[in-house]
Design a protein around this ligand. Sequence first.
Ligand SMILES: Cc1cc2nc3c(=O)[nH]c(=O)nc-3n(C[C@H](O)[C@H](O)[C@H](O)COP(=O)(O)OP(=O)(O)OC[C@H]3O[C@@H](n4cnc5c(N)ncnc54)[C@H](O)[C@@H]3O)c2cc1C
Length: 294
Amino acid sequence: MSPDTSGVTFHTPSTLDEAFALLKTHGDDARVIAGGTALVVMMKQSLVVVDHLVSLASIPGLASVEVRDGALHIGALTRHRDVETSPIVREHLPFLSDVYGRVATVRIRNSATVGGGLAHADPSQDPPAALMVLDARVRLVSPRGEREVAVADLFRDYYETVLRSDELIAEVIVPIPAAAARTVYLKFLPRTEDDYATVAVAALAEVDGGPDGTVRKLRVTLIAAGPTPVRAEAVEAALEGQSPTAEAIRAAAELVAGAVDPMDDFRGAPDYKRDMAVVFTRRALERVLLGAQG
Ligand SMILES: Cc1cc2nc3c(=O)[nH]c(=O)nc-3n(C[C@H](O)[C@H](O)[C@H](O)COP(=O)(O)OP(=O)(O)OC[C@H]3O[C@@H](n4cnc5c(N)ncnc54)[C@H](O)[C@@H]3O)c2cc1C
């Protein structure tokens, strides 16, 4: 334990139990820190004011990537860059490598962790879109035991999750989709290549009997489109069980306009972002249902 120059005490527990004990002792005056990319910015802006930081970095076993029971198990301390470059993730779920590789810059990805990203709960973050279409879940641990929560149920509001005050994210569990599943992530970046999305869409589809067959499973999720990531259930329901024609896709994509609630900011007005959500949803559907390129 050594105080840093700002007077905040930086704790480096070597077990989860020690971390839980520190969090209990210091209560609201303590925060867990992983990569620090989000938390340090929030502390500098006085959006988070605490005297104790409890680092997870010295706790062994939180940064592994494994395949078990048909799912990828990615430890909470795994860095974005490691998900992007892991041979295991690349072999079993290249889509996930690609999406983590779309986050910010290499410099940020070298520090930002999978668990920290999810706990931060900024609705403009890229990974939740992919994790939601993949039906991923998080394993949460606390002194009381553990539970699993679907990533789709993790977010409550801007920067708010359903995590209880004594809970930590231990790992993300990502079922490996059927080999025939098609996936896409389209990130609308009209400003710079390393910006947050103006709007972005992830989609996963399984189609029976090739591109002209019936849509067996469809998942569509948007980010930067409301206070939390948005699962476009109306779009999914309109196309599941149907034959995916260009006309049906166009009509289904329009339904996303009623599901999103974008924020007015320097990336655009809500109406503009809503229109872009429809356009990018249509393009994503064309990619996963019709195999369209571009
Ligand atoms: C300049 C910049 C650009 C960015 N651009 C993008 C972008 O384009 N796309 C994108 O998706 N993201 C972007 N981000 C956000 C980035 O993804 C997050 O800052 C990062 O994922 C947070 O992870 P971390 O490990 O640094 O978390 P930290 O900053 O350490 O922690 C964030 C929050 O999570 C909590 N926490 C950390 N680990 C755990 C855990 N295991 N269990 C429970 N709570 C935990 C902390 O207490 C804190 O509240 C950007 C960030 C910056 C600074």
